[in-house]
Design a protein around this ligand. Structure first.
Ligand code: FAD
Ligand code: NAI
Length: 502
């Protein structure tokens, strides 16, 4: 291809991916280069836009997310042109991208933001579902309406949200760990939350101020445009709010948790019958009731490593994600992280010239701040997309930018079991070794506060409930003030620590 021999300044800024990382990156480039065309190439018929962005404190941020037709982005930024087609191949030596529609797009600087896909426990089994985008969430909802019992595998964000939201269907929740929610919580916080799960689900949900996921009337439009096999953007905060997550039965929660085990075998109905193995009934609840009987015949049976076997209608594999790198790796010598992401340096630059990456697709490979870690989250996708654009802009002017402040401190606000949850820094003492101390304050059903300290300095915190401590703790972690003198009084409910430190 002739264009391949063009100089590096030829071509456009090209961004791949219509999720939060890609859209934020394209928008920022469009602002920085108002007279240049920015190309956004995406496989999905809709894009994700951040709206109502609010910096709540130095690092905590809140925003809504809207799924929009790509024309809305082009209307807002006339210099952004959206190409609705999947990338088939990246030819990095020729500085060009080949899309499914047969076109080549030459870039001067490229940012890859193709996200990630669910890492399923077993590929190709029609009874094993993953949840990532609008289509997969709706397929899950459809199957749930016919289900009496499902099995959820995994102990991260999706599993935590599902077990709380699903009603009218028995749920067997299989986790590798001793306590629930291992990616977000330690055993203490898990116990605090489990008590909420065991008690009846509260009728009136407390209105929370938090990141809200809105699709408004646009979901229908997106669906009619969606082509089979297309990869959509990841769902995000409150993704389940528009979905009616009800099974066939009339009851609220029926959850049985199998801990410290994994899936050993999955049998289809006929395979199971031939095997002559026996499956277990759903353990009776505290009212000694069980909805399903031992006579049930299930479409699929799961044998666990603890030798127990349960039948169910289908399995949700909520077992993490794998970065979407395939179309970019062929013929290109990228450095790839252990988690399969494209390694990026502190300027979001991959190992190949003029190719950047941001969001779920990338693996942060710089020496991070002692209180920051990568997690594949909405907020980090936005921050990385924005910062990647800044770095691309600076590099094209022969300059450099300092690392953005948002990478100084890990901060995540979310909601689990209808509690506001704020995670800061090394909230689970990740990588701190044994010489750290934990300060705890817990009021059952109301709040759970954990501060992680090392050498008298606060390194992380978990705040569950309406604690109002996030800003104070954020400051204490950022300024690394020596708190030894305060000892356990730091969390004394009779002392208003906000007055001390704000
Ligand atoms: C069910 C669920 C709930 C979640 N809840 C939360 C939450 O509460 N809080 C939070 O912070 N995070 C949450 N997350 C995580 C968050 O959604 C992701 O971290 C974030 O959206 C990643 O954004 P991204 O732009 O990197 O990737 P994505 O949103 O996955 O976007 C990738 C884009 O790339 C496009 N693409 C893929 N392959 C190609 C290709 N070959 N060619 C062209 N385009 C391509 C896709 O169509 C898509 O537009 C949740 C995720 C899921 C699945
Ligand atoms: N509120 C929030 O912040 C939410 C965030 N998310 C994000 O969306 C993405 C996808 O969510 P999840 O799939 O829940 O991923 P996750 O990374 O949060 O959790 C994966 C879980 O699966 C477990 N696991 C991995 N392999 C397993 C196996 N073979 N058998 C049994 N368990 C296994 C892990 O131990 C972990 O508990 C993540 O990046 C997550 O952070 C998702 C939902 C809500």
């Amino acid at each position: 291809m002739e264009a391949a021999r063009l100089t590096p300044t030829a071509g456009k800024f090209v961004v791949v991916g219509g999720g939060i990382a890609g859209v934020t990156c394209a928008e920022q480039l469009a602002i920085d280069f108002p007279s240049e065309d920015i190309l956004l190439i995406t496989a999905s018929p809709v894009i994700k836009a951040v709206t109502n962005f609010k910096q709540v404190s130095k690092v905590l941020e809140e925003f809504d997310v809207e799924e929009q037709p790509s024309t809305m982005l082009e209307n807002r930024f006339p210099n952004i042109k959206v190409v609705e087609s999947g990338v088939k191949q990246l030819k990095s030596e020729q500085r060009c991208i080949l899309t499914e529609d047969g076109n080549h797009h030459v870039y001067k600087k490229l940012c890859l933001c193709a996200g990630a896909k669910p890492k399923l426990i077993c590929e190709g089994n029609p009874y094993v579902l993953g949840i990532r985008d609008t289509d997969s969430a709706q397929e899950f909802q459809k199957q749930l309406t016919q289900a009496k019992r499902i099995m959820i595998i995994g102990n991260g964000g999706i599993a935590l949200e599902l077990v709380y939201e699903i009603e009218g269907c028995e749920v067997i929740w299989v986790i590798k760990d001793k306590a629930i929610g291992n990616t977000f919580f330690d055993a203490g916080a898990a116990e605090f939350l489990t008590s909420k799960l065991i008690s009846e689900k509260s009728e009136a949900k407390i209105a929370q101020k938090r990141t809200r996921y809105t699709t408004e009337g646009r979901r229908k439009e997106a669906q009619t445009k969606a082509h089979a096999g297309n990869i959509g953007s990841a769902l995000g905060p409150d993704w389940h709010e528009g979905l009616d997550l009800k099974g066939t039965e009339e009851f609220s929660h029926k959850i049985h948790i199998e801990t410290v085990c994994e899936v050993k075998n999955i049998y289809l109905q006929e395979e199971f019958r031939i095997s002559e193995k026996k499956s277990l009934t759903f353990p009776k609840d505290r009212h000694n009731q069980s909805v399903t009987t031992d006579k049930e015949i299930w479409p699929v049976y799961v044998e666990l490593t603890n030798e127990k076997i349960y039948g169910c209608d289908f399995i949700v594999s909520a077992t993490g994600v794998t970065p979407n790198t395939e179309p970019f790796l062929y013929g290109n010598n990228f450095d790839v992280g252990e988690d399969g992401g494209l390694k990026v340096d502190d300027h979001m630059h991959t190992s190949l010239p003029d190719i950047y990456a941001a969001g779920d697709i990338c693996t942060a490979s710089w020496q991070p701040s002692p209180v920051w870690q990568q997690m594949r989250l909405w907020t980090q996708a936005r921050q990385m997309g924005w910062y990647a654009a800044k770095c691309m802009a600076a590099a094209s002017g022969g300059e450099s930018v300092d690392m953005d402040f948002s990478f100084e401190l890990f901060a995540h606000v979310t909601k689990f079991f209808n509690y506001k949850v704020v995670l800061l820094g090394k909230y689970n003492a990740q990588g701190l070794g044994p010489d750290h101390e934990l300060l705890l304050r817990c009021t059952k059903g109301q709040e759970y506060i954990k501060a992680v300290l090392q050498n008298g300095r606060m390194m992380g915190a978990v705040l569950i409930g309406e604690t109002d401590l996030e800003e104070t703790f954020e400051n204490l972690i950022l300024n690394q003030m020596n708190l030894s003198a305060y000892g356990e009084h730091l969390l004394d409910p009779n002392i208003d620590i906000e007055d001390y430190f704000d």
